[in-house]
Design a protein around this ligand. Sequence first.
Ligand code: FES
Length: 151
Amino acid sequence: MNRRSFLNYGAVGVAALCSGVVVSLGAVIKFLTPSVFYEPPQAFKIGNPGDFPFGPPTFLVDEKIYVFRDQAKGFAVASAVCTHLGCTVAHFSSDNRFHCPCHGSVFAADGSVQHGPAPRGLEWYEVTQSRNGQLRVDKDKVVPPTYRLMV
Ligand code: FES
C-alpha cells in the first residue's frame, strides 16, 4: 500500500466515522426531546341553553360529552368516554343507561358502573354560564353526578 492509497482509505474512514457521529447525535437529540401531545382546550363553550332540548341528552361528538337538560333540575354534562379503555359510550333512552360498545360496560343514568369491566363511573363536568349567556364546560373540573346548573 502506498501513501496515497493509505490516505484515501483514511479519508473514507473519517467520513464514515463523521456520518456515524451525526446519526448518533440525531438519535440522542430525538431521545432527549420530550414528546409533546397537544390536547384541545379542556374548557369550552357549547352553545346557548336554548340549543339543548329537554329529555334525552344531546351528544356532542367533538367534545365527547352528553348534555342533559331537565326542566326541574337544570343542566348536567357527562363524559362519553368509557373509563375502561376510552371507547365512546352510547346513551340509550330505552333504559336510560350508557352502554360501551367495546367490552360491554354498562353505566347507570348517574354514570355509576352497573356492569364491568369499567373500573369506575363516568365523569361529570362542571357546566357554567358565561357572560354572553353561553354554556361553558370545563373538563378539568369534575363534579358529583348530582351537580346541576339552573338557567
Ligand atoms: S372500553 Fe368500554 S368496556 Fe372496554
